[in-house]
Design a protein around this ligand. Structure first.
Ligand code: PMP
Length: 406
């Protein structure tokens, strides 16, 4: 049994009072806090084995390269990828989605082709596809979600046509918390002969992921949401698909042979990792993966699910609250509005009680517009979150109501 209450002690920042109050950090969906193990790994990477990777023939360069390359295997094991050579390091999920859209989309999309997403996407899974669609004369289509925020399989399937070349969806919505039925969607993608891309930003942090079981073609995520450093992310792709993709960025490390007239490129993953990578950050991500794997992703999922149930129940006590996204089995986030109080006012007021939540459109403007909202407040959990955090949020919201109703 994991003692989740004790995990809070692994995160030094959580012990720093905010406005003189105990910090209730409920903004992990935006970025998570870092355990001491990750901070130590960063310190060690810079303090004991730092040099540029892949290039040097000296001790420090080899040590840094070994530590950097070892993380590929850790990522592969985290998501059950068949091979570490399918793991590409990027600066984050945004870069990963741009890589896929521009490289695969640039090479394979044609005029009239369709890219299918849902209305609930993060902008990172809209704008890159929009850009390549505009270049290629392809069409970006967004399927609706059901009224309660759950995935509407019939409505989604109705959007698939013989021109559908890409299906790109989140594992978990960062606003609604909806967990998408990925294996069912993969079957639809296979039938349509479409590429299946999964934006795993809010998935891999909350539950076990098995890309072979899902049967997706790509799974991407950001290190900073998985208790690792910012500036490092992952783009996992199937070997045969990566092998046929042209490079996205050109420069050092991604080449085989360079002449002034032309160049030949290295095989993946190097082909997609031009320039000096975020070396220490990658090693920090490796420590974060060790950290969550020691705890176990299944245990993390169970802990967070029961916490979300508790949080929802506590927040239901607040006058005027409306939950946005109530799909069964939702994960990670609770979005809400509070009568006429603007979400920005909520967030600013409760900050004085040490409660950190997010307020805004959460980089999902099309979803907000479809809901007739400009913004929501959003509480999101991580492995260190606990009932006390939701108690603090509930009390702080009662206080907001008292201020606005007095
Ligand atoms: N997709 C989803 C579902 C997200 O929640 C986020 C981050 N909020 C992103 C993509 C983009 O991640 P990043 O900014 O780390 O690239």
């Amino acid at each position: 049994m994991v003692d989740f209450a004790a995990l809070r002690d692994d995160f030094p920042i959580l012990h720093k009072p905010v406005h003189g109050k105990r910090l209730a950090y409920l903004d992990s969906a935006a970025s998570s806090q870092k355990p001491q193990m990750v901070l130590d790994a960063l310190q060690e990477a810079y303090g004991t084995h730092y040099a540029n990777v892949h290039r040097g023939l000296h001790y420090l360069s080899e040590a840094a390269t070994d530590a950097y390359e070892a993380v590929r295997q850790k990522v592969a094991s985290l998501i059950n990828a068949p091979s570490p050579s399918e793991v590409i390091f990027t600066s984050g999920a945004t870069m990963s989605l741009n890589l896929i859209a521009h490289s695969w989309g640039g090479a394979n999309l044609q005029e009239g082709d369709e890219i299918l997403i849902t209305i609930a996407e993060h902008h990172a899974n809209i704008v890159p596809w929009q850009m390549v669609a505009q270049q290629k004369g392809a069409k970006l289509i967004a399927a609706p979600m059901a009224e309660d925020g759950s995935f509407d399989k019939a409505a989604f399937a109705a959007c698939i046509t013989e021109r559908t070349k890409v299906i790109s969806l989140p594992h978990v919505s960062n606003v609604l918390g909806t967990v998408y039925p990925l294996t069912e969607i993969a079957a639809l993608a296979r039938q349509a002969g479409a590429l299946f891309v999964v934006d795993g930003c809010q998935g891999v942090v909350h539950m076990p992921v098995d890309v072979q079981e899902i049967d997706c073609d790509f799974y991407v995520f950001s290190g900073h949401k998985l208790y690792g450093p910012s500036g490092i992310g992952v783009c996992w792709g199937k070997a045969d698909i990566l092998a046929d993709m042209p490079p996205f960025l050109g420069g050092g490390d991604m080449i085989d042979d360079v002449e002034i007239e032309r160049s030949t490129y290295a095989p993946p993953p190097a082909r997609f990792e031009a320039g000096t990578p975020p070396i220490a950050e990658c090693i920090g991500l490796g420590a974060a993966i060790d950290y969550v794997q020691q705890i176990g992703m299944a245990a993390i999922r169970d802990h967070e699910m029961s916490l979300l149930r508790y949080g929802t129940q506590r927040l239901s006590e607040v006058d005027g609250i409306t939950f946005i996204g109530t799909a069964a089995g939702k994960s990670g986030v609770i979005s809400f509005t509070l009568d006429e109080v603007h979400p920005h006012d909520i967030s600013t007021l409760i900050d004085h009680d040490g409660v950190a939540i997010r307020a805004g459109h959460h980089c999902a403007q099309p979803l907000m517009k479809s809901l007739g909202l400009s913004s929501t407040a959003r509480a999101s959990v991580g492995i260190y979150s606990c009932e006390e955090d939701f108690d603090a949020l509930t009390e702080a919201l009662h206080k907001v109501n008292r201020i606005f109703k007095s």
